[in-house]
Design a protein. Structure first.
Lengths: 195, 195
């Protein structure tokens, strides 16, 4: 997605060969117009998939998931990283390790909001090692729901998450695929047969 | 806001005299159409206020803040409850006690995204004791920014947060004001001179 790539080049900060910081529009400050465009793009790519629910994880997944769900006309469910005191009912759970925060989180989704009747689109901000994605997919499986695929804002293609997911047969649609962050430079991957 | 009140009556669960659970559309599953309506309502109420930034706190504030910011044509900044490893720059900080989770959080906003040039609308999901609101107001003050007011989805008017904030001169606009949760019943407050 050209608009997103331009934004990354303009405002993204390469902190190391592995870390791209996009706090100005995705992870701390949010650009609502860009979010709307991204939501429309995800919705378009999965338009024929009869999605009934968008699943994401707090916090940075919520905004792009919301805009996608608004376009698709379905609800969002966001997995919680901590169990709330008011989340008392039966839940699906999966373990997710965060490399950014260097901690293990148990992610939780209430059984009230995901069932075997759902066809799920998972949306998240980043795909790197695929830990969050794997946790969310586990939750979709626990619910016995169908997985339509993953919509990712920024995929770090030099890390193995996306490759492994695609090899396992999961459809992954990333709006920007970063091939390298070496020498402080963002280089994008260009896939064949893709816009 | 009638649509929201109807949703609360239909789907809200009164867990005690103090706790109203609205996980089906605000705190775990999100209703994008309702979010859009609420965003339009907040934007309308603060339309003449020259807002330059919407400030909220992760996670449940993000969706209504996003929709408000989209209507107003300004960015959102969400305060983080934990400092991210990639949040390396100078920050504003304030302490917030969460009664729901029974824990103290240090909330953090990067100095890059809030300055003395900003006129800020704070958006949050709930207002009860006003702890989160106070923390966010402290951050607006630290940035030497102007505070236009607070937009709250559900105010628990039987708790003191809203009253104290209004007494201190802060404009608080709540879309639904819950007067009581006694006997498992949601009773709304009707303010004079308000829709």
């Amino acid at each position: 997605m050209q608009l997103l790539k331009e934004k990354i080049l303009l405002e993204g900060k390469v902190l190391s060969d592995e870390i791209l910081k996009v706090d100005s529009f995705l992870n701390h400050q949010l650009d609502p117009v860009l979010m709307k465009e991204m939501g429309a793009e995800f919705a378009g790519r999965f338009a024929d998939q009869q999605i009934t629910k968008v699943l994401t994880i707090e916090s940075s997944g919520i905004a792009p998931a919301m805009m996608t769900a608004l376009e698709l006309g379905v609800p969002v469910v966001f997995a919680r990283k901590k169990k709330s005191l008011t989340l008392t009912e039966k839940v699906y759970q999966a373990e997710v390790f965060s490399f950014t925060k260097q901690e293990m989180n148990m992610i939780t989704v209430s059984k009230d909001y995901l069932s075997s009747n759902d066809r799920v689109l998972i949306i998240d901000d980043f795909l790197a090692n695929g830990q969050a994605a794997k946790g969310l997919i586990q939750i979709v499986k626990q619910a016995d729901a169908d997985l339509a695929g993953l919509g990712i804002v920024i995929e770090k293609s030099f890390q193995e998450g996306g490759k492994k997911l695609r090899e396992s047969g999961v459809r992954v649609e990333s709006l920007a695929e970063v091939a390298s962050l070496k020498n402080g430079q963002v280089t994008f991957l260009s896939r064949l047969c893709k816009n």
